[in-house]
Every structure is written in structure tokens, then in C-alpha cells.
Design a protein around this ligand. Structure first.
Ligand SMILES: Nc1nc2c(c(=O)[nH]1)N[C@H]1C(S)=C(S)[C@@H](COP(=O)(O)O)O[C@H]1N2
Ligand SMILES: [Mo]
Length: 318
């Protein structure tokens, strides 16, 4: 079944406030149902601002990992559209309007469309995924994401046999994103990509929240990609378009510095970045005297994904 409630909308279309209110009610009801289904409806009390507690766990959620303190994850972010400073993004990103939000799904699919985010969510099962996350800058964290399988969304659009790659595009809002306005450093909007089999892998999710709450704007609200075996820059924020393509898309960081940021960007301690080693990582939130963590191949997800790259030379995976 295709996303049933799809509504073709234009990016420029302004939602009638009444319709908008109606949609808010629907999303609230949906969240309540989800929580009630887990038998912990009482946690929806007004005083509890965590909207998702007790969600089912994603298949490969690392439940034994200790999440990095939320305050650290929320206040140390990379969001280059706003700033190159990890502290300032927290405040600056608040100016991005994220509601209503729509996502175009197009390209090599049988049923392209433009969907309101809540209509997408109604068709998906939200789960919690505790994953490791490692930035190419050699720091890492553990985040309990709230999201759903990207593959399950793509399937609803009925990919054609010609779909070999997936291109993701971030929002373009130069009026609130200073580095877009001033055309600083990267080509905007931010674009990332995956091979189709990577996109369909059950580890790959679209996240709408973390730590039981909706996604903070600085962390990529309302919808971001999470691919835990790849360097952080692949985990594109504020997605507005998902296109299935025959050929690999040109991606932002790869275009900016092709010798430093590959298309695959699979985490590999044996392949150094041209300017620093990737063999270990600083764990956010750990004490000053805590030793660095030894980086694992595929960030520890090799058992799940190594087979995707069987006939490829791992040295190309910087
Ligand atoms: N649109 C967009 N997505 C982005 C980025 C960005 O600057 N813009 N930064 C990337 C980088 S380099 C990293 S490490 C992660 C950081 O995610 P976090 O800020 O939630 O920790 O987001 C990635 N996604
Ligand atoms: Mo990063």
C-alpha cells in the first residue's frame, strides 16, 4: 500500500491554519496511541515533556551502550548552514521553521509524491535506536534516536529496478541560514547520498527525535538521516527531498574535498584522513583523563554491513 493519505502540495503552498490544527491533533493522537500500545500511557502526563517513552527497540539497537548525556549532544553540533561553530548552532538553528514540513520522494519510483511529514509518520512504526555515531573529525557519541526504517519508506514509493542510488537534499532557507545566504564554503543546499542497498539496510533510519523527544532543531529537525557505520557528515539533517537515481549523486563534502571525504565514507580506523588519524576517537562527555576509544571498522557494525562491500577495496572507503 502506498502512503494512503498523500497530498500533492507545493513548497510554496501555505497551509490553512484550521487544516494545520487538525493535522497537529492527528499527530498528537498518533503519538498517544503509540505510547498507549506500550502500556505506559501515564507517562504522557503534562509534566513529562518526553513524548516517546517505552518505544519498541530497533532491530540493531545497541541497548547495552550508555547514551552520551543529552545536553552534550544538543550543544555540540555540526550545522554548517548556520555556523562553523559547534556551540552557536544550538541558538541559531532555532530560527528554522520546521512545522509544517513536507518531503518529496521522486526519481526512479513508481509513485512519486510530496508528503506532509505527519502523513509519512502515520504509515511508519517509530522505534528507538541506540546507535554509536562517529564524526570524521574523530569524536564520537552514543545517541538514542527515535525514528523509522528508511527502507520501509522507500518501499512505499515502489522503487523501479533502475533505482541504484538515493540522493538526499537538505532544506534551502538562505533567509535564516547565514552561510547559505553568504554562499560560504559549501555548495548549498547540503546533499548526501547512499547506494540503494545501503539505503534499504535495516540499520539505516530516518530520525524524528532523540532521547524520547522530538528532534532539536540543531540536531536536524524535523527529519534527518542516521547511517551508523558511516562518518557523521553522511547523516544529513532537515531533509526535504529524497530522490532515487540511476547514477551516484554529487554529494556536498565529496565535491568540496574529494580526497578527504569519499562518497562511501565508511568508518575505517585503518584509513587516515589526509590531515589526521582515524584510528581512535574522543568520546563526547567522557572525562579529561578517559582514554580515547579505538575506532572500529564500520563503527562496530561490520557484522551487519561488511557483506555489502564484499567485492570492493576497503581502502577506497575513506
Ligand atoms: N544539512 C546538514 N546536515 C549535516 C551537517 C550539516 O552541516 N548540514 N553536518 C553533518 C556532520 S559533519 C555531522 S558530524 C552530523 C552531526 O550531527 P549532530 O550535530 O546532530 O551531532 O550532521 C551531519 N549532517
Ligand atoms: Mo562530522
Amino acid at each position: 500500500m502506498i502512503i494512503k493519505t498523500k497530498q500533492a502540495i507545493l513548497a510554496s503552498e501555505i497551509t490553512d491554519p484550521l487544516i494545520f490544527k487538525e493535522r497537529r491533533k492527528i499527530i498528537k493522537a498518533m503519538m498517544a496511541t503509540l505510547v498507549a500500545g506500550t502500556g505506559i500511557a501515564s507517562s504522557l502526563a503534562d509534566t513529562d515533556n518526553s513524548i516517546w517513552s517505552g518505544l519498541p527497540k530497533g532491530e540493531f539497537s545497541n541497548d547495552s551502550l550508555m547514551p552520551t548525556p543529552a545536553e552534550i549532544v544538543k550543544n555540540y553540533t555540526n550545522y554548517y548552514e548556520f555556523t562553523f561553530n559547534k556551540k552557536d548552532a544550538t541558538k541559531l538553528a532555532q530560527s528554522l521553521p520546521t512545522d509544517p514540513w513536507s518531503v518529496e520522494i521522486s526519481g526512479e519510483v513508481e509513485t512519486p509524491g510530496n508528503y506532509y511529514l505527519e502523513d509519512i509518520l502515520r504509515q511508519q512504526t517509530l522505534q528507538e535506536y541506540i546507535y554509536r555515531f562517529r564524526c570524521v573529525e574523530a569524536w564520537s557519541m552514543v545517541v538514542p534516536w527515535v525514528g523509522f526504517s528508511l527502507g520501509s519508506l522507500l518501499k512505499k514509493a515502489k522503487p523501479l529496478s533502475t533505482a541504484n542510488f538515493v540522493k538526499f537534499t537538505s532544506v534551502y532557507r538562505p533567509e535564516v541560514m547565514p552561510n547559505q545566504l553568504n554562499k560560504k564554503m559549501l555548495d548549498w543546499p547540503y546533499v548526501e547520498g547512499l547506494r540503494m542497498d545501503e539505503a534499504m539496510h535495516p540499520l539505516t533510519i530516518l530520525a524524528v527525535g532523540m532521547y524520547g523527544d522530538t528532534m532539536p532543531k540543531q540536531n536536524g529537525a524535523p527529519l534527518r538521516l542516521v547511517v551508523p557505520w558511516k562518518y557523521g557528515f553522511k547523516n544529513i539533517k532537515a531533509i526535504v527531498k529524497i530522490e532515487l537515481l540511476k547514477r551516484p549523486p554529487t554529494t556536498t563534502w565529496n565535491k568540496f574535498a574529494p580526497l578527504e571525504y569519499g562518497f562511501y565514507a565508511n568508518i575505517n580506523p585503518a584509513v587516515a584522513h589526509p590531515r589526521w588519524s582515524q584510528s581512535s576517537e574522543r568520546q563526547l562527555g567522557s572525562g579529561l583523563f578517559t582514554p580515547r576509544r579505538e575506532t572500529e571498522i564500520f563503527n562496530g557494525y561490520g557484522e551487519q554491513v561488511a557483506s555489502l562491500y564484499n567485492n570492493m577495496d576497503l581502502r577506497h572507503f575513506f
